[in-house]
Design a protein around this ligand. Structure first.
Ligand code: AP5
Ligand code: MG
Length: 214
């Protein structure tokens, strides 16, 4: 089961991808999480990525593609994986298609979580992410049991650096310009599924399960 998640910033890609990974026992590969871990550890990649992320811009393709292609060649990805935040540009999608085609494989499901821009700012300002394990909460829509503390690992919950309103607006512009064209790319490939992401988290997940189990 090879899955990619499409959708605007804050559409719920990470929230759903974590549940899908658990339900179907496949690795969840989030390029945003990989970059944030590199920033936290002060690596060269982290330093380069941060310059772009803080401005709401995409990290250049050449810093992302090899990283993902190498990751999906690992043993734990052989029976499937879920990519969250990759691909994000047509060249990234083409590189992914080519890497899979070389092994006679392809993306089985492109799940596009649709949420209008006007709902996104509200979602981002309330998002809290665990500094330690990356679990995602929302002050209003998915609150942790104790404020500021992760339910899973008791880590500290923080607001992401790129969730300031001006940066979110920039990320939305970048999404419409560079990432939304992937919807027609995967529609032509026959793997696109469009999902209304404005509903409750559990309702969205039920629909995803019905698609993956059809
Ligand atoms: P990344 O980390 O991928 O950020 P993003 O795409 O902007 O998406 P988010 O993680 O912000 O949102 P999400 O869709 O995962 O929503 P979530 O589940 O958290 O990328 C960050 C940056 O890294 C990029 O800007 C770029 O610079 C760089 N980057 C990463 N990948 C790259 C690539 N391939 N190429 C180039 N650059 C790259 O949910 C949001 C909130 O809403 C949460 O609080 C959640 O609890 C809540 N929520 C979720 N679902 C619902 C629901 N159904 N109802 C109500 N609330 C909900
Ligand atoms: Mg995410």
């Amino acid at each position: 089961m090879k899955i990619i998640m499409l959708g605007a910033p804050g559409a719920g890609k990470g929230t759903q991808a974590k549940q899908i990974a658990e339900q179907y026992n496949i690795p969840h590969i989030s390029t945003g999480d990989i970059f944030r871990a590199n920033i936290k550890n002060g690596t060269e990649l982290g330093k380069k990525a941060k310059e772009y992320m803080d401005q709401g811009l995409l990290v250049p393709d050449e810093l992302v593609v090899d990283l993902v292609v190498d990751r999906i060649e690992k043993d734990d990805c052989q029976k499937g994986f879920i990519l969250d935040g990759f691909p994000r540009t047509i060249p990234q999608a083409e590189a992914l298609d080519a890497a899979l085609a070389a092994k006679d494989m392809k993306i089985d499901y492109a799940l596009d979580i649709e949420v209008p821009d006007e709902n996104i700012i509200d979602r981002m300002s309330g998002r809290r992410s665990c500094r330690e394990c990356g679990a995602i909460f929302h002050a209003k829509y998915n609150p942790p049991k104790s404020e500021g503390i992760c339910d899973i690992c008791s880590g500290e919950l923080i607001l992401r650096d790129d969730d300031k309103e001006e940066t979110v607006k920039k990320r939305l512009d970048v999404y419409h310009e560079q990432t939304a064209p992937l919807i027609s790319h995967y529609k032509s490939a026959g793997s696109l599924h469009e999902i209304d992401g404005t509903r409750h988290i559990d309702v969205v997940f039920d629909e995803i399960k019905s698609i993956l189990e059809a």
